[in-house]
Design a protein around this ligand. Structure first.
Ligand code: GLC
Length: 446
């Protein structure tokens, strides 16, 4: 009910998106996988654009790609171990190279020395591990002759006047692009998520014939969770933020390389499902020279931050040319997995808490369970602000052991707060039992 008892009629697209995203919002943590020919030059997936490489020259990598150590079951096991519940693989990135056996172009993995349908094998492997699996599909295609070249914002040949677009037929490109999506939605079983990337300038929504496209997508796989980039990007969310989202506004917003302050609400103040996609180093596609890895602590805290604001984290890995997830990424994921094994309950199915962010960390909440994620050791007890009278038992989530709320003499002037002690032998809460993030389950009375 809205203010004054008026019932707000929810837009059909908002209602349907809540149904479709129920699993997605419980899952909270997923693996993004950027993999393609660009793993060979190893300077990121934009290498064609940033270095203005011609398609003919890029073919060198196509002739070489053998992905000899591609073992998607290893990827799936790693994702599961990390506590991830779903994954998204780049079936096709902006370079136009396809990791599946498409009938619509020869520029595909089955025509490389690898000779394999990477998408099929990936989907099978992740499903076998019990993970949800979906695909990233670039609606931009720098290889297709009918996609604008000269003057485009980022095409590798954007500055080459010999690449004028007069003879290009964008409708022919759209037929191709829609048909490729149809292929993926009809030949690979039930997909869970589809991540279209991306719109820019006038290239958005209607320009992609997005209405037609989404009708096809919804009729083929109505359960599919779709991102918002048929009309948006990491830069702009589109009508998903309005009270009347378009049919192709998408089911979730996807902020990129940042976690939105305060989560994401639409103009009515209703929470919008969202997923922050973030790299483990500073590149999506494999980059040999980039060893700027985030630590497991950082990843855990990013994940907690997302959940505490009602969002998901889609954490990226960029497998190398052989098909291996870099050892440094795997090590971080395994460490995150050790924390998740003890504390996953404070992530899955959880969302923003009814209480504001505390000084020492963050809250996540699921019904009457409030999870206190303590990041910073405290002098004295850890304060649950304003929670006096509302708190039942407190337990360390990692092992179920009792945590005691104490009223020491020095707390006499703070009757409205609850303080719990993580070090019962002393007045302080130092060191923290888990310096990455110590989670205390707070059982609320109401
Ligand atoms: C971007 C980039 C891209 C990456 C994606 C992930 O829009 O174009 O390379 O795949 O974001 O969010």
């Amino acid at each position: 009910m809205g203010a004054g008892g008026l019932k707000i009629l929810e837009h059909k697209n908002i209602r349907e998106r809540s149904q479709r995203t129920a699993w997605f919002q419980d899952a909270r943590f997923g693996m993004f996988i950027h993999w393609g020919l660009y793993a060979i030059p190893a300077r990121g997936e934009w290498v064609r654009s940033t270095e203005r490489i011609r398609h003919e020259d890029y073919l060198e990598y196509f002739r070489e790609f053998d992905a000899a150590e591609y073992e998607p079951r290893e990827w799936a096991r790693l994702a599961k171990k990390a506590g991830m519940k779903y994954a998204v693989l780049t079936a096709k990135h902006h370079d136009g190279f396809c990791l599946w056996d498409t009938k619509l172009t020869d520029f595909k993995s089955t025509n490389t020395p690898a000779g394999r349908d990477m998408v099929r094998e990936y989907l099978e492997a992740f499903r076998e591990e019990g993970l949800k699996a979906g695909l990233y599909f670039s609606i931009i295609d720098w290889r297709h002759p009918d996609f604008p070249h000269y003057g485009d914002r980022q095409h590798p040949l954007r500055d080459d006047p010999a690449e004028k677009n007069d003879a290009r037929d964008f409708n022919r490109y759209l037929d191709f692009m829609h048909s490729q999506i149809r292929e993926l939605l009809t030949g690979y079983g039930r997909l869970d998520i589809m991540w279209f990337d991306f719109s820019y300038g006038k290239m958005k929504g209607a320009a992609w014939k997005a209405q037609e496209l989404i009708s096809m997508v919804r009729s083929l796989q109505p359960w599919l969770v779709v991102d918002n980039r048929l009309e948006g990007s990491g830069e702009e969310s589109g009508t998903i933020l309005t009270a009347n989202p378009s049919d192709y506004a998408g089911d979730f917003a996807c902020p990129e390389q940042m976690i939105p302050p305060g989560g994401i609400m639409n103009e009515l103040g209703q929470p919008v499902p969202w997923e922050a996609c973030i790299t483990l180093n500073n590149h999506w596609g494999y980059c040999a020279a980039d060893s700027h890895w985030k630590s497991a602590d950082m990843v855990i805290r990013m994940l907690v931050e997302c959940v505490s604001k009602g969002g998901n984290l889609l954490l990226n890995v960029g497998p190398d040319a052989k098909g291996r997830i870099p050892a440094a990424s795997a090590a971080v994921l395994e460490e995150v997995g050790r924390w998740m094994a003890d504390n996953g309950e404070s992530i899955y199915g959880c969302g923003a808490a009814a209480y504001p962010k505390p000084e020492w960390g963050r809250f996540t909440q699921k019904g009457k369970k409030l999870y206190a994620h303590v990041f910073e050791p405290q002098a004295g007890g850890v304060c649950l602000p304003g929670l006096a009278g509302k708190v039942g038992a407190l337990r360390l989530l990692a092992d179920g052991s009792e945590v005691r709320a104490a009223k020491y003499w020095n707390l006499a002037e703070y009757p409205e707060h609850v303080f719990f002690h993580l070090n019962p032998q002393s007045f302080d809460s130092y060191p923290l039992p888990d310096p990455r993030d110590t989670v205390v389950e707070v059982r609320l009375k109401t």
